[in-house]
Design a protein around this ligand. Structure first.
Ligand code: NAP
Ligand code: ZN
Ligand code: ZN
Length: 351
């Protein structure tokens, strides 16, 4: 079995460090990938520090993976050696439940297999993610990546891109809609770009005054400092849809009251502690909805990658070396990311 190099958390309170492990040789349906870049999602930090519970250590995070195919199994028809490909948050699912059959593998009734910290059907152990030089994945969970786009900027599309694209599509965002995006981090900056490309008028809500100019450059038509009550009041009852990407518990009512009649706010952030419950009256008063959304299915992820290639959309990234990962986590906690860290896997060397 091929040896893999990576970075792992050995415990919730330990920094990530160099770790060697084995990947399987490709089975007949598998694609082996040499990883070029891996994005750093806030979910990686939540899980490496066991903030959601259930993390199995050692944990090799990373689910925004792009690279080149190095070997394929004999039944692989979709990919060839040398192809540029991506892997997102899932590497398998039951494939037989109603949700899998409908292309909603992320909502698999039997639980999808996460790219990391998932139950590995092959080894019986736990899956290891993309903070690594190589990975072996079933062809049905591998995505085609356009060579037209900057590859490092594509990596974050595999989670931040699809997690924002899917709800924008599901709630039918289009020309003429006023869409709020809460938080300008990895997910938020993709939401701004995608909602804009879908034709919406975009209002970005941020706690960071230093991000105002960037938000406008990224495509926001309006930027609101969410701590400023007067600025918030000016948007009451005006938004058709809000995508809330914040990774920490906060008052949802301040945003729900910005929705117009029949408007929806969808949560995609998964804070370690839940938000305080919103006031029922704010929902009733304008028939508003509060919803949630989880990544996206494989077919929709491919649709999103193709949409981004067509519209020239990638993530704004800050490239880091593998050794810088612990510092990157600390900066992410301070909302100091512009707007996604991406690990250059060429910097991961045997120790
Ligand atoms: P991120 O890059 O750290 O961005 C989060 C942004 O939220 C920050 O940049 C900041 O933006 C804002 N924020 C942070 N703390 C805040 C606070 N205390 N109050 C108000 N705003 C705050 O994180 P990310 O990678 O985009 O991920 C965001 C969340 O989505 C995480 O919880 C992650 O686990 C989750 N996630 C969910 C899914 C899903 O399928 N649903 C998929 C991926 C990630 P400003 O500086 O602009 O205020
Ligand atoms: Zn993620
Ligand atoms: Zn299923």
């Amino acid at each position: 079995m091929p040896k893999a190099l990576g970075f792992a958390a050995q415990a919730a309170d330990k920094p990530l460090e160099y770790f060697e492990f084995e990947r399987r040789d490709p089975t007949e349906n598998d694609v082996e990938i040499e990883i070029a870049y891996c994005g750093v999602c806030h979910s990686d930090l939540h899980q490496a520090r066991n903030e959601w519970g259930g993390t199995v250590f050692p944990c090799v995070p990373g689910h925004e993976i792009v690279g080149k195919v190095t070997r394929v199994g004999k039944k692989v028809t979709k990919y060839q050696v040398g192809d540029t490909v991506g892997v997102g948050c899932m590497v398998d699912s039951c494939r037989t439940c109603a949700n899998c059959e409908d292309g909603y593998e992320q909502y698999c009734d039997n639980g999808f297999v996460g790219t990391y910290n998932g139950e590995d059907k092959h080894s019986g152990g736990v899956t290891f993610g993309g903070y690594s030089n190589r990975i072996t994945v079933d062809q049905d969970f591998v995505l085609k990546v356009s060579d037209k786009l900057d590859l490092a900027g594509v990596a974050p599309l595999l989670c931040a891109g699809i997690t924002t694209y899917s709800p924008l599509r599901h709630w039918g965002v289009r020309d003429g809609h006023k869409v709020g995006v809460v938080g300008l981090g990895g997910l938020g900056h993709m939401a701004v770009k995608l909602a804009k490309a879908m034709g919406a008028e975009v209002v970005l809500f941020t706690t960071s005054p230093s991000k105002v100019d960037d938000a406008k450059r990224l495509g926001a038509d309006h930027v609101v400092i969410s701590k400023d009550e007067e600025q918030m009041k000016a948007w009451r009852n005006r938004l058709d849809f809000i995508l809330n990407t914040v990774a920490a518990p906060h008052d949802l009512d301040t945003y729900l009251t910005l929705l117009r009649l029949n408007g929806t706010m969808t949560l995609v952030g998964v804070p370690a502690e839940s938000h305080p419950s919103p006031a029922v009256y704010n929902l009733i008063a304008k028939r508003r909805s509060l919803a949630g959304s989880l990544i996206g299915g494989i077919a929709e992820t491919q649709e999103m990658l193709d949409f981004c290639a067509e519209h020239g959309i990638t993530s704004d990234i800050e490239m880091i070396a593998m050794d810088d990962i612990n510092e990157a986590y600390e900066r992410m906690l301070k909302s100091d990311v512009k707007y996604r860290f991406v690990i250059d896997m060429a910097t991961l060397k045997q120790k």
